[in-house]
Design a protein around this ligand. Structure first.
Ligand code: PMP
Length: 398
């Protein structure tokens, strides 16, 4: 049996394709604008995007990316460590650090690489990494790399600071990284940041909050740490530019010495080209826009609240979410995939999510500032019309 035998034997995607229920790699034409998108030539209500502040189509953000290409070209052309470090990167880092209240920031090419690099650079032999059991794959993969270089990898119960405290009380070292998402990307619930800070401070552990989905949405744009009143108490924060910041890339925020260490030791940073000029400038313009709007509650939150209530009233189970992300659970893969297909056929796009990305089978809905009442009402109308089709699939959930 050769190496590629497993690929030839892989049937999972084909099985879904064969029954017309394959939901992945859908092809969208054109930008996702106004809460809508064009899918296979037809307009759909886009309820599956992380473009929470709808800034990917904002004229200032687009203009900044265009100007950066005109001035710097299309590529950073190398690792930042050597030739790919641009003043654009450093200006963005200075503004990120200032806005989020940290001494320094380091920009990476993706959010995934940020978490992978930070966790694996900071933890190794003699260290312990504790992860929330629903932490994002990028934190998990960073911890796996840390484990490969000798760190111990442990889990604590989802959003369960008491479980974490019990485990830390018995830990043989204080050289501990505790990592959690700020907003859980599939469940839409928020980490109990204040309680986690208290436990970490008590046991001398270092807390990392990946606020990929909270930045731009909560706490005047600064995310769940600010919302919890914990600014200055979380030593490590990571974020991505691929959601509210309407670009590509990610960043870690920390004290200056830690960031300097990471600049020289993070392998995904050193061995990969710097973030492109357009992506860097777009993220920076989006950050300025979020800072400018800091006094206003994002429309995405109001849209999500409205949609959550409407779905709840229709009998869908939307419990647990407190963010623009709304999960709707189904008893099995077939029920979830059929529901996703029925919704798409009626002009509503939601994300189909399977284990291990989440527990069970769910449609993941995400609201953005572009979901105006008109757009939402149309989508709610579809959920209402499909009630009899979708709810029987749904009601079987234990
Ligand atoms: N962290 C979390 C919580 C995420 O949800 C994601 C992406 N879905 C990432 C990190 C990775 O971000 P990126 O898309 O920039 O690689």
């Amino acid at each position: 049996m050769d190496l590629l035998e497993k690929c030839r034997a892989y049937m999972r995607a084909d099985e879904a394709r064969d029954v017309g229920l394959y939901p992945y790699y859908p092809t969208f034409q054109g930008p996702v604008e106004g809460g809508q998108a064009i899918l296979d030539g037809a307009e759909v209500c886009m309820l599956g995007s992380n473009n929470y502040r709808a800034l990917s189509v904002n004229p200032q953000v687009i203009g900044a990316a265009q100007d950066a290409i005109a001035l710097y070209g299309t590529s950073a052309t190398g690792s930042r460590l050597l030739n790919g470090n641009l003043d654009l990167h450093e200006e963005l880092e200075a503004d990120l650090a200032g806005f989020f209240g940290y001494e320094a920031a380091l920009v990476f090419a993706t959010g995934y690489m940020t978490n992978l690099g930070v966790v694996s650079a900071l933890a190794g032999r003699g260290d312990q990494v504790y992860l929330d059991e629903k932490a994002h794959a990028s934190l998990i993969d960073g911890a796996r790399l840390a484990k490969a270089s000798g760190a111990m990898m442990r889990w604590f119960g989802h959003n369960d600071p008491d479980d974490l405290a019990r485990q830390l009380a018995a830990a043989p070292t204080q050289s501990i990284l505790v990592a959690t998402d700020g907003v859980f990307s599939m469940e839409g619930d928020l980490a109990p940041v204040a309680e986690l800070v208290a436990v970490c401070e008590e046991y001398g552990a270092t807390l990392l909050v990946d606020d990929a989905h909270g930045v731009g949405v909560f706490g005047h744009g600064r995310g769940v740490i600010e919302q919890a009143g914990m600014q200055g108490r979380v030593p490590l924060m990571t974020l991505t530019f691929s959601k509210s910041l309407a670009s590509q890339g990610g960043a870690v925020l920390a004290d200056a010495k830690t960031v300097d260490f990471l600049r020289h030791t993070c392998r995904p940073q050193i061995f990969s080209a710097g973030l492109s000029p357009a992506d860097t400038a777009a993220a920076h313009a989006a950050l300025r826009e979020i800072r400018r709007r800091a006094g206003r509650i994002p429309d995405a939150l109001a849209a999500a609240e409205h949609l959550r209530r409407a779905l709840d009233a229709l009998g869908y189970n939307v419990a647990g979410s407190a963010s623009p992300v709304i999960p709707v659970r189904f008893p099995d893969q077939l029920a979830m995939l059929s529901a996703q297909r029925i919704l798409v056929d009626h002009g509503v796009y939601t994300n189909a999510v399977l284990p291990p990305a989440c527990e069970g089978y769910q449609l993941r809905i995400a609201c953005t500032d572009a979901h105006t009442p008109g757009v939402l009402e149309a989508a709610i109308g579809v959920f209402a019309a499909l009630r009899e089709d979708l709810l029987p699939r749904y009601r079987q959930v234990a």
